[in-house]
Structure formats: structure tokens, C-alpha cells
Design a protein. Structure first.
Length: 62
């Protein structure tokens, strides 16, 4: 797999998050109705992936 993008999106979808809009450049904005989080298209860093999970309060570690 080429990074963590697909895994992050799958976890967000499982926990009720939806794609709000595409951001500028290579990012997407996902939301759950209360909070929004930015997900990069080519997230190759495990640390960035874990930071996104922490921000969304999803208990998952890469």
C-alpha cells in the first residue's frame, strides 16, 4: 500500500465521518457534523496518521 490514506478513510467512514469537501491541493476535509479534520491524499507518515486518529478521537494506532 502506498501510505495510510485508504486506511484512514476507511476508519473515518466506519465511525460515521463523511467527506465534506476537497481542500486546496492534495487534502480532503472530513466531518462528523461537529468537528472537521483534514486528511492528506498521500499520507505516508505513521505519525501523521496517528495524529489524525487522535484528533478524531478514534482509538486506533498505526
Amino acid at each position: 500500500m502506498n501510505g495510510y490514506e485508504k486506511q484512514i478513510k476507511a476508519l473515518l467512514t466506519q465511525h460515521g465521518w463523511e467527506l465534506v469537501r476537497t481542500g486546496k491541493g492534495s487534502h480532503e476535509v472530513w466531518g462528523n457534523g461537529v468537528h472537521n479534520v483534514t486528511v492528506p491524499h498521500n499520507c505516508k507518515s505513521r505519525h501523521t496518521a496517528n495524529a489524525i486518529m487522535k484528533e478524531t478521537k478514534i482509538k486506533h494506532k498505526f
